[in-house]
Ligand binder design. Structure first.
Ligand SMILES: [Zn+2]
Length: 206
């Protein structure tokens, strides 16, 4: 689902979703962008570029085709008395900033303290990628991953820390390569209990 709509019951007019362009319209737009950049889209090396860019953007934004929460629908309630932190540390991911459509490249550490449900560990990475493969801001990505796990697994705590560099900072504007931005969201015991928070941050290497 790409676009959020107002609930029709609260009286607002529901706009119809913008129509999906046909591939030739996308190619035209990319040729325009190439001309805007100062090059000639008719030049040999650029002839197939519009189609390639169009396909690439479908991949970069594949998250729109899925509901990331779906990855957490298969839970295991038999946890064998395990009541400690589950952590997937330093998951590499790629996203694109919604302000410049420039790459965001980073690593996420995702932890939760189960109550009675656990999931296959790879599912946490799938949730991350489902939200990352969209036009994003890092703060929202962090919150969406944490909220999704919180709602689906109803654990005692969730901690998400994301560290990323933004192409729009490193390649343009202030041009500061190597500067990472860190965002975090702590929920449940990781928010309310200082010792639990310190413990999970230490496990993550912070
Ligand atoms: Zn940006």
């Amino acid at each position: 689902m790409v676009h959020d709509h107002e609930d029709p019951e609260d009286g607002d007019i529901v706009a119809s979703p913008p129509k999906i362009p046909v591939p030739e319209e996308v190619a035209d737009a990319i040729r325009t962008l190439i001309r805007w950049a100062g090059d000639d889209p008719g030049r040999e090396g650029l002839l197939d570029t519009p189609q390639r860019v169009a396909r690439a953007w479908k991949e970069y934004c594949a998250g729109y085709e899925e509901d990331p929460a779906h990855h957490l629908s298969r839970v295991f309630e038999e946890v064998g008395g395990y009541d400690d932190i589950v952590l997937l540390n330093g998951i590499p991911f790629q996203s694109h900033c919604e302000h410049h459509m420039a790459p965001i490249t980073g690593k996420a550490s995702i932890a939760y303290l189960p109550k009675d449900r656990v999931v296959g560990i790879s599912k946490l990475a799938r949730v991350l990628h489902g939200f990352a493969r969209r036009l994003q801001v890092q703060e929202r990505l962090t919150a969406q991953v944490a909220d999704c796990i919180w709602e689906r697994l109803q654990p005692q705590g969730v901690a998400v820390v994301i560290e990323a560099t933004h192409g729009c900072m490193t390649a343009r504007g202030v041009r500061t390569p190597g500067v990472g931005m860190v965002t975090s969201r702590m929920m449940g015991v990781f928010r309310d209990d200082e010792r639990s928070r310190q413990e999970v941050l230490k496990l993550m290497g912070y």
